[in-house]
Write a protein that binds this ligand. Structure first.
Ligand SMILES: C[S@@+](CC[C@H](N)C(=O)[O-])C[C@H]1O[C@@H](n2cnc3c(N)ncnc32)[C@H](O)[C@@H]1O
Length: 274
């Protein structure tokens, strides 16, 4: 994939995926697992995890009894997922391959669920995001469910305030650019690894429109971490009582339209018509 020869590959070469979801992305991981648990049809079923990286969600879903096929554009992620799959021989991934969300090799109407938890923010052009969403629609069975994640247009504004980078002139330029047209132009992640990479940040309405334009119906938009992300002490989530209370609080407000954009990540949950 051409894009992976540039800033995106440079970012992933830094190895950020390995520990992300158990450290600063822990709330994202907990909430994503919660959303998958509530929206996936019961196991067994066929799940295509497109942009599945090292298998953070695919591997547990395989252990839960789903036939999970992982696809990712970045070969080292696929190799790591294959290794982790081999390490759970009782519940390996059904398949694991390098591929592009815009051009899937699966047959039409073969999946009960498609996860697009990554490609939509890495695809910078709307036409490419629509191709990925239309491919997800094509491979889903009628009635199948799509879970598609996006980064919110306003994530870098609040993240900059939370971690203190907002006073940095280069960071401010990135924020102004993204507020203007959605492109987060960190073209040199080697220099600024904490600032992610060249990506597209959605307004909630953009995400809804793109998913609808790809042919999906019954579209629900939810906040993944909601504004709670900016007030959460990740270390306290190790306490089960506190963790459950936080998850319950976020669940109550996850669909409030006025709050969606304040969440770092958004999720579209949508169905292919029967
Ligand atoms: C930040 S990681 C997210 C991994 C995991 N799905 C999660 O939600 O934690 C984004 C992943 O999407 C993959 N990706 C980006 N664009 C893609 C595309 N067009 N087709 C397939 N994979 C893609 C990247 O290689 C990367 O592994």
């Amino acid at each position: 994939m051409d894009d992976f020869e540039t800033a995106i590959a440079e970012y992933y070469r830094l190895g950020p995926e390995r520990d992300r979801l158990s450290t600063w992305g822990y709330l994202e991981a907990l909430r994503t697992a919660d959303l998958l648990g509530r929206h996936l049809p019961p196991a067994p079923g066929v799940v295509y995890d497109i942009g599945g990286a090292e298998g953070a969600y695919a591997l547990p879903l395989a252990r839960d009894g789903y036939a999970v096929h992982l696809v990712d554009a970045w070969e080292p992620h696929v190799a790591a997922a294959a290794e982790a799959s081999a390490a759970q021989p009782a519940a390996p991934l059904a398949s694991c391959a390098v591929g592009d969300a815009r051009d899937l090799s699966f047959e039409d109407s073969t999946a009960d669920a498609v996860l697009l938890l990554g490609p939509l923010y890495h695809l910078l052009e709307r036409a490419d995001r629509l191709r990925a969403l239309r491919e997800a629609h094509r491979v889903l069975k009628p009635g199948g469910v799509l879970l598609a994640a996006a980064v919110s247009r306003y994530a870098s504004t609040f993240d900059g305030v939370a971690v203190g980078d907002i006073g940095d002139e280069d960071f401010q330029e990135l924020v102004e650019g993204v507020l203007d047209d959605g492109l987060h132009r960190n073209t040199d992640p080697g220099e600024h690894p904490r600032w992610f990479t060249l990506t597209y940040f959605h307004r909630p309405s953009d995400l809804r429109d793109e998913v609808a334009d790809a042919g999906f119906r019954a579209i629900e938009l939810v906040a993944v971490e909601s504004a709670a992300a900016w007030a959460t002490d990740t270390r306290r989530l190790a306490d089960p009582g506190h963790r459950d209370a936080v998850l319950k609080a976020i669940r109550r407000v996850e669909s409030v339209p006025e709050l969606l954009g304040a969440s770092p990540h958004l999720m579209a949950v949508a169905r292919k018509s029967h």
